[in-house]
Ligand binder design. Structure first.
Ligand code: SF4
Length: 318
């Protein structure tokens, strides 16, 4: 299971070294909202693991069009930037032909379309984006293409988040599926992926270089906290501004205030904190009680206990 993150690349490398004669597949669920350099890394990383050279140059981040929609638009009819979507569709088709081991799944929507369609902005407890664009896709792939008696799923969980693996493995085992985390209990897991990427001559994805803790959804995430968004505001203010604009558009579409972040100042109760308000509040601040970029996301494998819960507009609280 590859997310475009460095951890899943290293997990695949460790597993392939341990089981060199097994039949390996690299299953990727595309949110159509990944960072351009995530796609570059995904392709370059998998080609390297397979010892395969493509007979065309892997596009660099600069070769990708912008993922954002330019100018004024209505979120009711939003379907991403058509040039970006067409570029990804073409790339997916080329990869399916050149690297068939890389199974590239896509629902066809991005997180904002999922929120719009469900009239619900996800939050740290309920993540309809990840459910629709990743877990449902991966579950369907597994059921249609895998055999529980022979298939083993490898995930890129590191030692600092082992609890995530144990929770997932127990849950999947109950359904008859075997999940492993090759980085747990190994030297590679302790060292982390970046040295191995450097040895392989592969540039680490640029979001890590910008201080992000994960390489999902182009650095956007409904589960992220203040530290993550402070880092985004500082490192990529134009992307932060786009997130804030989309949050505002969704709020107007739903017809009530919604926000990804919450404010617990004052009496400690949760209050909505829009990205625009957050930006205004931190601009004047010079000291913070969190480190920029110290929060990550494991939404592909973190199955919420309430995963079958239907999000309603009323439950769209902070
Ligand atoms: S990374 Fe965040 S925004 Fe993207 S699918 Fe996962 S939970 Fe949703």
């Amino acid at each position: 299971m590859v997310s475009g993150g460095a951890g899943s690349w290293l997990a695949a490398k460790v597993d392939m070294a341990a089981h060199p004669s097994d039949d390996h597949r690299f299953v990727f669920a595309d949110t159509l909202y990944e960072d351009a350099d995530c796609y570059r890394f995904l392709i370059e990383g998998v080609a390297h693991l397979l010892g395969r050279r493509l007979n065309w140059p892997i596009p660099s981040a600069d070769d990708f069009p912008d993922y954002r929609v330019e100018g004024e638009f209505d979120i009711a009819t939003y379907a991403g930037n058509p040039i970006w979507r067409a570029f990804l569709a073409d790339l997916r088709e080329q990869i399916t032909s050149a690297l068939p081991e890389l199974v590239w799944l896509a629902d066809g929507r991005d997180p904002w379309e999922v929120f719009r369609d469900g009239r619900f902005l996800g939050n740290s407890r309920i993540d309809p984006c990840s459910k629709s664009l990743k877990r449902v896709m991966l579950d369907a792939y597994r059921v249609e293409n895998c055999d529980p008696t022979t298939s083993v799923f490898q995930i890129g969980i590191g030692p600092h988040e082992a609890h995530r693996y144990h929770r997932l493995a127990a849950r999947m085992a109950a359904d008859g599926w075997k999940y492993e985390a090759p980085l747990l209990g190994t030297r590679e897991g302790e060292f982390g992926p970046f040295g191995y990427l450097s040895d392989a001559g592969i540039d680490r994805p640029r979001l890590y270089r910008l201080g992000y803790m994960h390489n999902n959804c182009g650095g956007f995430c409904i589960k992220a906290g203040h530290a993550h968004y402070l880092n985004r505001l500082r490192q990529q203010p134009e992307r932060f501004a786009y997130d804030a604009m989309m949050e505002q558009k969704l709020s107007e579409f739903i017809g009530k205030p919604v926000s990804m972040l919450t404010d617990r100042s004052g009496d400690g109760s949760k209050k909505l904190l829009t990205l625009s308000s957050f930006a205004a509040s931190v601009t004047a601040q010079t000291e913070f009680d969190f480190l920029p970029g110290d929060s990550g996301c494991g939404c592909m494998i973190d199955i919420p206990a309430n995963d079958n819960e239907t999000a309603t507009p009323e439950s769209d609280a902070a």
